[in-house]
Write a protein that binds this ligand. Sequence first.
Ligand code: KG4
Ligand code: ZN
Length: 337
Amino acid sequence: MKILALETSCDETAAAVVENGRRVMSNVIASQVAKHMVYGGVVPEIASRCHVEAVCEVTQEALKRAELTFSDLDALAVTYTPGLIGALLVGVNYAKGLSLSIGLPLIPVHHLRSHIAACYITHKNLEPPFLALVVSGGHSHIVGVDSYTDFKVLGRTRDDAAGEVMDKAARALGLPYPGGLNLDIQSKRGDAGAYSFPRPRVEDSELDFSFSGLKTFVVNLIHNASERGERIDTADLGASFINAVTDCLVENTFLAASLTGQKRIVLAGGVSANSVLRKKMQLRSEEMGYEIYMPELSLCGDNAAMVAAQAYYEFISGNVADLSLNASASMPIDKLN
Ligand code: KG4
Ligand code: ZN
């Protein structure tokens, strides 16, 4: 079954064709990074406009690279939630138009589910059940994945997402957008013990995260140092900050694993590209004798191949949209439209 999927939830316009959820036939991404860089972050209105400009061409390119035409496809899929509402609407409306005009079923896909599905492409034998740590710019979730379409949120951030605080720290340090990636690169030669950061815990819910205190801590630290004319070592501070954020992520994930008895762990979402997080998850899994699965780096960020991968399993479980499908800025991963 060949599915053409579209992804426009944030700042990448992406289209891909994937066969049977696992074999990528094409994966095209038109990045808007250069457009948002001057503003230091994603500007939603600009993102929507760029999606409108790129979506047709990116779709055509995905078909071309797969050496297919619309008539070779079995279904269409689109990310409909969560994300920037204006950006999502471009993909959803374009996909609905395509579905109507070429007469193919349209599969609605939840963005965080698709991040998890990126691992199905990288690891052909991976099957649920497993435990997933899904960390992106807007979400930090520990999810029990009982089947391809059954999810249970076991822990989540009470305030900011891990990617969001990485971006904030990068910005406070004067690093260019995209912050999380640049912070990771700049911190590689830093000393992770140079600055001391707290490891916040949520009192009444041991699997939840809270990153807003860490964000305030790092911003104040940088501000106070600059007021006093003290020099901040970007690499050391970045490494120490990443060390703290990733400690929280890893600790709660492995606590969830021990509480649920799940020994198969998946890391997903844009922050899964972080080199320290990958290393820590790998090491801890080896120590515990657990299996660890992460997407290859090219599938960590937003892309449409992961959407097509999840769409295959959504289709099998009967999740097909009609033309009343609407985009939604937020939607829990464990609920269907
Ligand atoms: O999944 P994603 O590409 O978009 C959303 O769905 O939000 O995740 C984007 C987030 C951003 O906050 C970005 O800074 C972060 O992922 N990110 C990283 C790295 N690469 C991307 N954070 C830390 N280290 C990285 N190497
Ligand atoms: Zn994402």
